[in-house]
Design a protein around this ligand. Structure first.
Ligand code: AMP
Ligand code: GLY
Length: 424
């Protein structure tokens, strides 16, 4: 079987790597891929961008590709699944209607309220005057969210009224384009965040191991928000008792509400949860795709063949599958970033020590890298995800850090405290 993975991040490298562990997978194509998928045995990058749906269909037909797995949210929100399915291809990832769960925070909030899913109290505005007066009536801290996709930058957790007002000025002022036509303002929740990624065929929904990301650039969870600086799984904050409640109070009602709207949702439903100190949880938001870097820690723990699960979702027979099985122990990933990220940073820096990191017991998933004259060079803000599994968190983290210590590129930065919550 041949598979096409759409995207170019660490998530897509991890998906291709996991798929290629199966005898059933003959070849993986990655569109457009990165330096990691270019050098992965059995994997081949193709020069097709993530929004070139026609190019993808042509490639899939020419190469006899049976399954397309979509990584990022942007092509899903633009209807990649609708288009490729209409061309007779099997696609893992929701259609355009379903992708609204991530592409419109107002739509997702209304769905959560309809489904009775626990979530922060919120109101939606299209008018800045009404939005500002609502903020004054609620007080700070308060959270302001641009409705649409904003590459992770559309959420402002404002500690003061003035900061919330400035966020509204930016959003209504067009800083996020049409993503800012609506604004969701919601109560600020406190606690620990956890990502529950679940696989669904539109009828049945099954969670993967809960994972915890580290969003801030600085140690001790300080500084600016990023796409994620490291992660681990299974996140102990999501206890088995809590996961059972997430299934019945979040995942199942959401799938039922989607069905009620006539939406046949097949792919990943990713619930970002805030767990309060008393153990109560609320949904912060939904994503319509695999998380990054959560996928890089979840997939190494998966024992059930990934392609069996993805195909069961696409063919709507997830309910017939035996329970998903996992390795014992724990998994961790540390992100190596370009100096200056999440602000400005340089690209094109030669990366050394990748093989030595693997010899030290880590698996290196590439994010922002590319091959240039047979050298791997940096090509983005988050460059590498140095990942390891172990008998426990300490072993997994020790291996990941032993691996990253072998790697060098000019300006490389990484957090030394990934996993601090499970190590203290
Ligand atoms: P993103 O996943 O990029 O949309 O970022 C959303 C992030 O904003 C979450 O991971 C939280 O850290 C934060 N956030 C979103 N909603 C709330 C909320 N109601 N209370 C506190 N923090 C929030
Ligand atoms: N790790 C956060 C995300 O994938 O949205």
């Amino acid at each position: 079987m041949k598979v096409l993975v759409v995207g170019n991040g660490g998530r897509e490298h991890a998906l291709a790597w996991k798929l290629l562990q199966s005898q059933k997978i003959e070849r993986v194509f990655c569109a457009p891929g990165n330096g990691g998928t270019a050098t992965l045995a059995g994997c081949q990058n193709v020069d097709v961008t993530v929004d070139d749906f026609q190019g993808m269909a042509k490639l899939a037909h020419a190469e006899g590709i049976s399954l397309v797995v979509v990584g990022p949210e942007v092509p899903l929100a633009k209807g990649i699944s609708d288009y490729l399915q209409a061309q007779g291809l099997m696609v893992f990832g929701p259609n355009k209607m379903g992708a609204q769960i991530e592409a419109s925070k107002a739509w997702a909030k209304a769905l959560m309220q309809e489904a009775g899913v626990p979530t922060a109290k919120a109101a939606v505005f299209t008018d800045i005057v009404a939005a500002k007066s609502y903020i004054k009536s609620q007080g700070a801290p308060i959270v302001v969210k641009a409705d649409g996709l904003a590459a992770g930058k559309g959420v402002i957790v404002a500690q003061a009224i003035a900061e919330a007002e400035a966020a509204l000025d930016a959003i209504f002022g067009g800083q996020f384009g049409s993503a800012g036509n609506f604004v969701v303002i919601e109560e600020c929740l406190v606690g620990q965040e956890v990502s529950v990624l679940a696989l669904t065929d539109g009828l049945t929904i099954r969670p993967l191991l809960p994972a915890q990301d580290h969003k801030r650039i600085g140690e001790g969870d300080t500084g600016e928000n990023t796409g994620g600086m490291g992660a681990y799984a299974p996140a102990p904050v999501a206890t088995p008792a809590m996961m059972a409640r997430v299934q019945t109070e979040v995942l199942e009602p959401t799938i039922a509400a989607l069905q009620g709207k006539g939406i046949d949702y097949r792919g990943v439903l990713y619930a970002g949860l805030m767990v309060a100190p008393d153990g109560e949880f609320k949904v912060l938001e939904f994503n319509c795709r695999f998380g990054d870097p959560e996928t890089q820690v979840i997939l190494p723990m998966l024992d059930t063949p990934l392609e069996d699960l993805l195909l069961a979702c696409v063919q709507q027979r997830l309910g017939d599958m035996p329970p998903i099985t996992w390795k014992d122990g724990a998994s961790a990933t540390v992100v190596a970033a370009s100096g200056g990220y999440p602000g400005d940073y340089a690209k094109g820096k030669v990366i050394t020590g990748l093989q030595e990191a693997e010899i030290a017991g880590a698996t290196v998933f590439h994010a922002g890298t590319k091959l240039l004259d047979s050298q791997v060079v940096s090509d983005g803000g988050r460059v590498l995800n140095v990942t390891a599994i172990g008998a426990d968190f300490k072993q997994a983290l020790d291996r990941a850090y032993a691996g990253i210590a072998k790697i060098e590129f000019a300006g490389m930065y990484y957090r030394r405290d990934i996993g601090h919550r499970v190590m203290s």
